[in-house]
Write a protein that binds this ligand. Structure first.
Ligand code: HEM
Length: 139
């Protein structure tokens, strides 16, 4: 398959399909997604994600929603998962797109992942980021 030279709606659909196929079999992220999204809800999730990336990359306005609120309600979502999500997304974009659009996806994804991570996990009353002591599981 030749790589997509530009960002179009069909190219976004290809990226979304491929990325979530990889997500589903990923040892870290797969269980979180499969636990939250029932088998019959996947087509709707993929359609939402096509609208999301269309809004981000093509400023189409196709997506409206509340990603912060939605992710706060995802059981088992842990802070270090964002770096892993981003690596998998960036790799998928590089596999499917020419370098320039792949880099555009990576830049936008990184910005959004960073702000989502902060919105969900940052606490003003917690130690500074990077200095949080390892969590001990209470017996
Ligand atoms: C830390 C890794 C992540 C995990 C485990 C995760 C998991 C999920 C899950 C399970 C859903 C479906 C929730 C539901 O339908 O109830 C979801 C929705 C969504 N995710 Fe993520 N996500 C992650 C990171 C990201 C990032 C970095 C982005 C954006 C760059 C993103 C964008 C979205 C969007 C736009 C939705 C749809 C929200 C809506 O329903 O309007 N996610 N995510």
């Amino acid at each position: 398959m030749p790589k997509h030279p530009t960002v179009t709606e069909p190219a976004i659909a290809d990226l979304v399909e491929t990325f979530y196929a990889r997500i589903r079999t990923d040892p870290i992220l797969g269980p979180v997604f499969l636990n939250k999204i029932a088998p019959d809800a996947w087509p709707a999730h993929l359609a939402t994600m096509r609208r999301f990336w269309s809004s981000v990359m093509l400023t189409s306005g196709a997506y409206s929603g509340n990603p912060v609120g939605v992710h706060r309600a995802v059981p088992g979502l842990e802070r270090p998962m964002f770096a892993h999500w981003l690596a998998l997304f960036t790799q998928t974009a590089q596999d499917l797109f020419e370098p320039e659009p792949a880099a555009d996806f990576a830049t936008k994804a990184k910005r959004i992942a960073f702000s989502l991570e902060l919105a969900i996990f940052h606490r003003l009353d917690a130690p500074p980021d990077g200095l949080t002591p390892p969590q001990r599981k209470s017996a």
